[in-house]
Design a protein around this ligand. Sequence first.
Ligand SMILES: Nc1ncnc2c1ncn2[C@@H]1O[C@H](COP(=O)(O)OP(=O)(O)OP(=O)(O)O)[C@@H](O)[C@H]1O
Ligand SMILES: [Mg+2]
Length: 167
Amino acid sequence: MPAKFSRKHSVSCEEPILTDRHSVVFAALIAATSVSTIVPQINAFTSAAAAASELFSVIDKRSELDPLDGSGKMPGDRCDRSIEITNLAFAYPSRPGAPVLRDFNISLPAGKTTALVGASGSGKSTVVGLLERWYAPSSGSIMLDGIDISDYNTQWLRSRIRLVQQV
Ligand SMILES: Nc1ncnc2c1ncn2[C@@H]1O[C@H](COP(=O)(O)OP(=O)(O)OP(=O)(O)O)[C@@H](O)[C@H]1O
Ligand SMILES: [Mg+2]
């Protein structure tokens, strides 16, 4: 006896199993899954973006004592190297309330050996740091051969000072 198939339940070969509607539903499901994976990380992205903008603003900030700045005096080797420090006051920018030098005066004649002697933490290395212009004094002046060290080319100035750190 031949099998009877109802026309109602037969599948036509011309009808695709997955229609456009199915594709849209699957795409929406996949998109929803992806979004739900990303959403919890948005907080981290926001914090990273805020931190990066702060970091870039620090990197882009122009240094007041830019060693790459080509301006300033470069007198070659023709200078006597006498140093005159007058009424120098200084506090590190990280500790503005703790003055390291106050009304500091010293004359270092050219061609003489001068020793800075003082208790640990009294500011000896700070004086050398200011001479090399790693920091700018709060007030007072440091003159090299009668010219304020801020008028010299920073690279030139630093290349003429040698510091051997104590151990
Ligand atoms: N980069 C810095 N930021 C903030 N404070 C600093 C910094 N460097 C030094 N100081 C502080 O400045 C003061 C003077 O320090 P400095 O290193 O000039 O003393 P020093 O006389 O060279 O001491 P030492 O004989 O131990 O080398 C100290 O109180 C020190 O803690
Ligand atoms: Mg020191």
